[in-house]
Design a protein around this ligand. Structure first.
Ligand code: ADP
Ligand code: MG
Length: 745
């Protein structure tokens, strides 16, 4: 029996993309592991496995066998603290390394004719003094490189530490050999102690920058977590008690005073208030809430005293889900990274081969018999070629890009979606709940001859009672406001895209579209004229029948979101075709589309037909983004190149979608596409930086024009520039430009 399970592990000891690739490969080979994804930048691994065949402990010991540390991921705060500690340790190491290397660096200025006038104390030129300074740097500070390189070689693979160890050891041991074999009384030998020490110091500096960057990019998550309340005031055994938020359980009754943060997701039992949900939705206006309304953890209760019943706690709250999506996205890979992974897999062996060739060419042809220049070129090639920045290029951008997007209310499910969104050239928007507010108001009631209006509404309301459709909810609200009592319902059936069917008081009720009526052979010829009139006004009219006979009609009017027109104009200005797709009738759809400047409308579609239309557009070569809110959009969201779900993201739509737009504002569509463009551009710049240094550097180093220490500087600089470039994404501002005038109705 298959027992699919997933775990997230915190990995330590990875130094470059080759390490991540190696762990991934090792895990994939394990029996029972179905998927393993290792992220270098986040230092974690996501592993899916069959728990009947393999246990988490097996997976951990496998990672340890490969030479790395692994532990089940603790809570985010613990991970954050570990990271802080690691940074502090790395800082101390760097400081000691720098202090020991500085005097050695000083001796170097004596080598250059330009700087040879600078005074260098005689004692520093002493080979034994130099050796005393360089040895602790080489083996104590640099010990970590030896350990890591050893582990890699033991597994018949090579990582960047192999290059570091080879380069610095060559410099160090050659210098020791020179120091021992030259009579320093006569002349000082040419030594490379400063090269190895300075290199190690610079590599540590690069690592320090990396560690800091990693800390910075989880800031988005930190910010989100910081929104949570710490405690909740609950009523247990008739007494009020202030308890920690972790101890709140589903069903707890919680009191929330004005101005307080709502601790968990829940339903209001008592009280009226306005809630600031801007941290979740970006909507700046407080939302009115009353008994029965749903409230979300970490939003702020503005002005009323409310009592809620906890419905979702811990990992299930809307905020926790958002954090999870952001984390997953930050830890996932973009397809473009496969390229980087492949390259770094072959890079190290190729570089070692190149370095040895360089060494031999120098020793045999360029400077026959002289070990010095040959050695220098070998070291320089080994160091400049380090593929360290290459491994960082993609993950740092994905992390920064998806983190920034999350702050803007756009949750990418994975790196691949962040990459693919920039190809989008066609955007399909659903009407109800996406373009419109989805909270229609009951506007018209038309009663067939011989029917009583209150009775008709009572039948319609009862039939709609169990429907979750936004239309149903507004119909019921309108009916209940009239003080009409609803009746008992049997055999309720929702027919997606058509309407509802139910038995009320032993009478068969249908409410819905023309299609629904045709399906049940109900004569509606008397209703059609009026229906068209209502639809031309942009209203959605629904027909009701009782016991197979036309009984009346109700119409609701939905309001268009204030921002929709401008957001759609913005997409059109970007050269993207916007199409409206709806299950509602053609006439209503056209009326609304016209107000929005949308030319192409596809109406009266059933959920499956929406998906079908998406496929047709794709077959015509379009890259389609589908934007929808409801269960009826789920098939289309899944089929589209990119599915975007609108809403706070808890339902089926979010499951099916690739991106969740937390804000209802359709400007998020353009923002998501721009964010994807910017991230992809950033990744390409990063790959260029990483490749640029390496490929340009290798021939220069091989030709002997690059002093080993300069190669070290260039290498450290390449990591730093990649990281700094990626961090630019965190400051991206997306300014909405209203280009078309559009007035609100
Ligand atoms: P949209 O694509 O605009 O979100 P749907 O596919 O959910 O719309 O619904 C299409 C049409 O089916 C609605 O416009 C309405 O006429 C009818 N309908 C759907 N659900 C109901 C319901 N619960 N009660 C009455 N009519 C409904
Ligand atoms: Mg909808």
């Amino acid at each position: 029996m298959m027992n699919a399970q997933a775990t997230s592990l915190q990995i330590t000891g990875m130094t470059c993309a080759a390490c991540a690739a190696r762990i991934e490969k090792g895990l994939h080979k394990m029996d029972g592991v179905t998927m393993a994804n290792v992220n270098l930048a986040l230092e974690n691994a996501t592993v899916e496995f069959d728990s009947s065949r393999v246990a988490v402990s097996d997976i951990i010991s496998r990672v340890e066998k490969l030479g790395y540390g692994a532990q089940v991921k603790e809570n985010d705060q613990a991970v954050f603290n570990h990271r802080e500690e690691a940074i502090q340790k790395q800082k101390r190491k760097f400081a000691i390394s720098a202090i020991l290397s500085l005097p050695l660096l000083w001796t170097m200025v004596g080598h250059f004719s330009l700087t040879s006038f600078i005074y260098v104390p005689e004692i520093l030129m002493n080979p034994w003094v130099q050796m005393i300074l360089a040895t602790p740097v080489q083996f104590i500070i640099g010990g970590q490189f030896y350990i890591s390189a050893y582990k890699a070689l033991r597994d018949q693979s090579a990582n960047m530490d192999v290059l570091v160890v080879m380069g610095t050891s060559a410099a160090y041991f050659y210098s020791v050999y020179q120091a021992v074999n030259t009579n320093a009384q006569l002349h000082y030998p040419h030594l490379y102690f400063e090269t190895s020490a300075v290199l190690i110091t610079l590599i540590l500096l690069g690592k320090l920058f990396e560690a800091k960057a990693k800390g910075r990019s989880s800031e988005a998550i930190q910010k989100l977590m910081g929104l949570q309340a710490k405690t909740a005031l609950v009523i247990r055994n008739d007494a009020e008690r202030e308890i920690s938020i972790e101890d709140v359980v589903v069903g707890d009754i919680i009191l929330i005073r004005p101005g307080e943060k709502i601790p968990v997701d829940g339903e209001i039992l008592e009280g009226n208030t306005a809630v600031d949900e801007s941290m979740l939705t970006g909507e700046s206006l407080p939302i009115d809430k009353e008994a029965g309304s749903i409230v979300f953890g970490s939003t702020v209760n503005k002005n009323g005293f409310i009592t809620i019943r906890a419905t979702k706690v811990g990992r299930d709250t809307a905020l926790a889900q958002i954090i999870k999506v952001v984390e997953d996205a930050q830890g996932s890979k973009a397809p473009i990274q496969r390229l980087a992974d492949k390259i770094s897999d072959v890079f190290v062996p190729v570089v070692i081969a190149l370095a040895i060739m360089t060494y031999l060419v120098w020793l045999i042809f360029l400077a026959p018999g002289e070990f010095g220049p040959a050695m220098e070129s070998l070291i320089a090639v080994l160091v400049i070629a380090c593929p360290c920045a290459l491994g960082l290029a993609t993950p740092t951008s994905i992390m920064a890009g998806s983190g920034r997007a999350a702050e803007l209310g756009i949750l990418f499910k994975g790196g691949e979606h962040l990459e693919q969104t920039h190809h989008i050239n066609t955007v399909i928007v659903d009407k109800t709940g996406t373009v419109t507010n989805g909270k229609p108001i009951l506007t018209d009631v038309i009663v067939a001859e011989g029917m009583n209006i209150r009775m008709l509404l009572s039948f319609i309301g009862s039939a709609e009672k169990q429907s979750e459709h936004p239309l149903a909810q507004s119909i019921i609200k309108g009916i209940e406001q009239e003080g009409i009592k609803l009746r008992e319902v049997r055999d309720f059936e929702a027919i997606p895209g058509y309407g509802v069917k139910a038995t009320v008081n032993q009478r068969a009720i249908l409410v819905g579209t023309r299609k629904l009526m045709n399906k049940y052979n109900i004569n509606i010829s008397g209703a059609l004229g009026m229906m068209e009139e209502l639809e031309a006004e942009g209203k959605t009219a629904m027909i009701a029948s009782i016991d197979g006979r036309y009984a009346g009609m109700i119409a609701v009017a939905d309001t268009i979101k204030d921002s929709s027109g401008q957001a759609i104009a913005r997409l059109q200005d970007m050269g993207i075709e916007v199409i409206m797709m709806t299950g509602d009738n053609e006439r209503t759809a056209r009326a609304i589309a016209q107000q929005l400047g949308i030319q192409r409308v596809m109406a009266e579609l059933l959920p499956e037909e929406k998906a079908q239309e998406v496929r047709k557009l794709q077959a015509a070569g379009r890259k389609v983004a589908m934007v929808g809110d409801g269960t009826n959009d789920a098939p289309a969201l899944a089929v589209a190149n990119i599915g975007m779900a609108v809403g706070t993201g808890t339902d089926i739509a979010m499951e099916a979608a690739d991106i969740t737009l937390i804000r209802g504002d359709l400007n998020s569509i353009a923002d998501a596409i721009i964010m994807s463009h910017k991230t992809m551009a950033n990744i390409k710049q990063n790959l260029f930086w990483a490749f640029g240094y390496n490929t340009l550097g290798i021939p220069i180093a091989a030709a002997g024009f690059l002093a080993p220490w300069l190669a070290g500087v260039a290498m450290a600089f390449s990591s730093v520039s990649v990281v700094l470039n990626a961090l630019r994404l965190q400051r991206v501002e997306l300014n909405k430009k209203a280009t078309k005038k559009w007035d609100v109705h």
